[in-house]
Design a protein around this ligand. Structure first.
Ligand code: ZN
Length: 344
């Protein structure tokens, strides 16, 4: 089968690899009908050390179940499923608590051990716990939005939950990537009154406003912090969604939270220590977040997607086939594309 293999920074190739197949009795083999490139794929794209073996990339997908192992009970051939970026057994203590990204038997797609979904097919471990059967046809008009339930919409929602967004609250979203924009959708959905997006890319900021952002702050660093304070009577916001993962973004996030506020961080951290420990301490700011248990959020978000109350699929601004994936990485890395959908 054909798949996207990353060998090092800037080195993404589409190649023939051994066919994905059922190995464990709890596996499913899924034919990928939609996948996408994630902002987090750009971290290795910028910095991965050259590897002989490479890794099959991709952790977001919708697909059709082709076959299942002998122990799979809840899925059958022909089911259309959404694949969360992490696999999980659905039975351990953490899965029962709704924290499937900490599943004791779980793991992540798209690394050296578990092949990813920017491919014609993907092997899904622990299929019963991982996959979610979608109640639509394979080319439904809602497919793009349903695809975001595999990562970015669930991750934006997680940032909002971790930042304790609720009715009437003031919110700031740090980052205007797909997750940041989904964070705006999530904040509005949870009843936030004021939603400030920190970003400067004109198209993305316009999209954020469509999704419910009330204010835009294009400045960075101390100037950006000052602007957020001006917009909030000098005190900062209740909830900050940190959707970038750089030290600068986290520093800003910690300093625009008002006393007693919360920061929900979902940007994969590329810093050693959480910055602004002092201000966060003296302001009693809660710092929370991590890899989103998107499997748990599918059930909550799905009705809103199906009934058209949220349209997270609008974060996609480019569609390609497998051959176009390397250029998709380039385009996202150069911020020419916001999020690229892949139709293998
Ligand atoms: Zn588990």
């Amino acid at each position: 089968m054909r798949a996207t293999v990353m060998y090092g920074a800037g080195d993404v190739r589409v190649e023939n690899v051994p066919d994905a197949r059922v190995i464990e009795p709890t596996d499913a083999l899924v034919t990928v009908t939609r996948a996408c490139i994630c902002g987090s794929d750009l971290w290795p794209y910028k910095a991965m050390e050259q590897s002989e073996k490479g890794k099959v990339m991709g952790h977001e997908a919708i697909g059709v179940v082709e076959s299942v192992g002998a122990d799979v009970r809840n899925l059958k051939r022909g089911d259309l499923v959404v694949m969360p970026f992490a696999f999980s057994d659905g039975t351990c203590d953490f899965c029962h608590e709704g924290l499937q990204t900490s599943c004791v038997h779980g793991g992540f797609f798209g690394n050296e051990e578990i092949a990813g979904a920017q491919a014609e097919a993907v092997r899904v471990p622990l299929a019963d716990g991982t996959l979610y059967v979608l109640p639509v046809g394979r080319d439904d008009a809602l497919t793009a939005s349903l695809l975001t339930l595999s990562d970015v919409m669930g991750t934006g929602h997680h940032a909002a939950v971790a930042a304790k967004v609720g009715p009437g609250k003031t919110v700031a979203v740090v980052g205007d990537g797909a997750v940041g924009l989904c964070g705006v959708i999530a904040a509005k959905r949870l009843g936030a009154e004021q939603i400030i997006i920190l970003g400067r890319h004109p198209d993305r900021v316009a999209r954020a406003k469509d999704f419910g952002a009330t204010d835009v702050v294009g400045e960075r660093g101390d100037e950006g912090i000052e602007r957020v304070r001006e917009l909030t009577n000098g005190i900062g916001v209740h909830s900050v969604l940190e959707c970038v993962g750089t030290e600068q973004a986290m520093l800003t996030a910690a300093q625009i939270a008002r006393p007693g506020g919360a920061v929900g961080r979902v940007g994969v951290p590329h810093y050693e220590a959480i910055p602004a420990a002092g201000p966060a301490f003296y302001n009693n700011v809660t710092v929370s977040g991590g890899p989103a248990p998107v499997r748990a959020y599918i059930e909550e978000l799905l009705p809103d997607v199906l009934e058209g109350r949220i349209e997270p699929g609008r974060v996609f601004d480019r569609v390609t086939n497998l051959d176009g994936v390397p250029d998709g990485y380039r385009a996202m890395n150069e911020r020419e594309a916001l999020k690229v959908m892949v139709r293998p």
